[in-house]
Design a protein around this ligand. Structure first.
Ligand SMILES: Cc1cc2nc3c(=O)[nH]c(=O)nc-3n(C[C@H](O)[C@H](O)[C@H](O)COP(=O)(O)OP(=O)(O)OC[C@H]3O[C@@H](n4cnc5c(N)ncnc54)[C@H](O)[C@@H]3O)c2cc1C
Ligand code: HEM
Length: 400
């Protein structure tokens, strides 16, 4: 726990950080990658170019500064960052590197305003925050290592099957290269995957949700081919270059976007490739004969409609799926290929007959998420019943 003096100074400098936070983190990242280019292997360098990651880190540090005397309020945020860090195998020895570069960046941007007293307070405060993450992440690594077929860090997996699910989504079926069974996971969780791409100066790490049910003898990821060149780098490489027999480094499943225990009906709201964690949840939910499940899948048209058959074969009287096309092809037929046209709307949700006591799980691109969360708010669904995952820095959602 930081000293009273440190708390006072950090809280007093929080407004200054709010003004300069983003500049500080930009300076910080530039310095960090100059001094430690090996960290480019784990950070998403496209996020750096887009500027989303500096915003996210600035916001996290600003929130910490504001709540340094009420750290309980940050528990939820700390947990989701620790889950993300653990999926990427962030190690304790990386924290002092980040700390040193952050402090130098604060000093550089604030200049004379950053007195030795302020700098000392921030050094102590950063150390405390780092200790919170290091402890929680070590707990997670330890639990995962001890779980059945679990491990620490990343292991080599071999792609033994590659299946095109639609024009844009392809699944990769993965097994441990040494024959050890794959670890279990909770539907909704994701893994960190690292690969080398010839012609690039560093490795690339990305998160991918596990799209099949747990307790199989493989893990499956399903990847959307992003518009690329030069970006969209990992998804294009996976689609174009990774074939059966190739290997990938894969971390332990992580994340807290998982179905809460309850008997309430469940509505799964998927936009595009956001279907992946929800499909895994769906496969687990359909085994519960007493829980009503509605799977709402929003895609452009039949060409981008992935997993249609896989979902349909699991339907039973309490489980149904609905397909909404926002840009149907001329060959698509309403009532046959899809149930509704346009974007997800209040009218569609009412026609489907969703009930207000349902639990909602949503995943999709930023505009889809913004629309879905807005609709649920208009329908007065309590926020405690709404859960979502976003495939990018959480902050990006607020930028829509
Ligand atoms: C928890 C989690 C789970 C995920 N699960 C899945 C999943 O199941 N399936 C899946 O396909 N993806 C998933 N993702 C997303 C995945 O991690 C990658 O972000 C995605 O594959 C894109 O990576 P990339 O290297 O191909 O694209 P990147 O090179 O990282 O680029 C990302 C996007 O940003 C755009 N872009 C890049 N640079 C710029 C720039 N300078 N200006 C403007 N735009 C730019 C690119 O065109 C591209 O569309 C998940 C992400 C998270 C965080
Ligand atoms: C106290 C220090 C730290 C804070 C406050 C912090 C905060 C954050 C936040 C808020 C995110 C975004 C989570 C999301 O996706 O929503 C994040 C992601 C990440 N963090 Fe940290 N972090 C810290 C330390 C570290 C360290 C020491 C490393 C390793 C060098 C690290 C590496 C990463 C990486 C690689 C990501 C994902 C970035 C991306 O995909 O673009 N972080 N962190």
């Amino acid at each position: 726990m930081a000293s009273t003096k440190t708390i006072e100074i950090v809280k007093a400098t929080a407004p200054v950080l709010e003004v300069h936070g983003e500049t500080i983190t930009k300076v910080f990242y530039k310095r960090l990658f100059n001094q430690h280019p090996e960290l480019k292997n784990i950070f998403n360098m496209s996020h750096q170019k887009q500027g989303t990651q500096p915003k996210v880190l600035a916001n996290a540090i600003f929130q910490y500064a504001r709540h340094i005397d009420q750290l309980d309020l940050l528990k939820g945020a700390v947990e989701s960052i620790a889950q993300k860090h653990s999926s990427l195998s962030i190690r304790p020895e990386m924290y002092p590197i980040v700390g040193e570069n952050l402090l130098v960046a604060i000093k550089e941007v604030l200049g004379d305003a950053a007195t030795p007293e302020i700098m000392n307070a921030w050094e102590e405060a950063y150390g405390d925050l780092a200790a919170i993450f290091i402890n929680r992440e070590e707990q997670l690594y330890n639990e995962k290592e001890k779980s059945l077929h679990g491990f620490r860090g990343q292991k080599e997996f071999i792609v033994f099957k590659k299946v095109a699910e639609s024009n844009v989504i392809t699944s990769f079926y993965l097994k441990r290269i040494d024959g050890t069974p794959v670890p279990s996971f909770i539907p909704g969780q994701y893994v960190g995957i690292t690969l080398e791409i010839p012609g690039t100066s560093h490795k690339h790490t990305r998160n991918y949700s596990l799209s099949d049910a747990p307790q199989k003898d493989y893990l499956r990821i399903s990847v959307k081919k992003e518009k690329g060149d030069p970006d969209g780098i990992v998804s294009n490489y996976l689609h174009n270059n990774i074939e059966t027999g190739d290997t990938l480094s894969v971390g332990m499943p992580s994340g807290e976007f998982v179905v809460r225990d309850s008997n309430a009906p469940v509505v799964l709201l998927a936009g595009g490739v956001g279907i992946t964690p929800l499909l895994s949840m769906y496969k687990a939910l359909v085994k519960n004969p007493h829980r009503r499940v509605i799977f709402i899948q929003c895609v452009l048209h039949s060409g981008t409609h992935a997993f249609k058959q896989e979902i349909a074969t699991l339907a039973h009287p309490d489980v149904s799926s609905v397909h909404i096309y926002s840009a149907p092809l001329t060959t698509d037929t309403l009532g046959e290929t899809h149930d509704f046209e346009g974007f997800l709307s209040k009218e569609i949700l009412k026609t489907i007959g969703i009930t207000a006591e349902s639990d909602f799980y949503c995943c999709g691109p930023a505009p889809f998420m913004a629309n879905a969360l807005h609709l649920l708010d208009e329908l007065e669904i309590p926020t405690s019943q709404i859960h979502y995952e976003f495939f990018g820095p959480a902050e990006e959602l607020e930028l829509v």
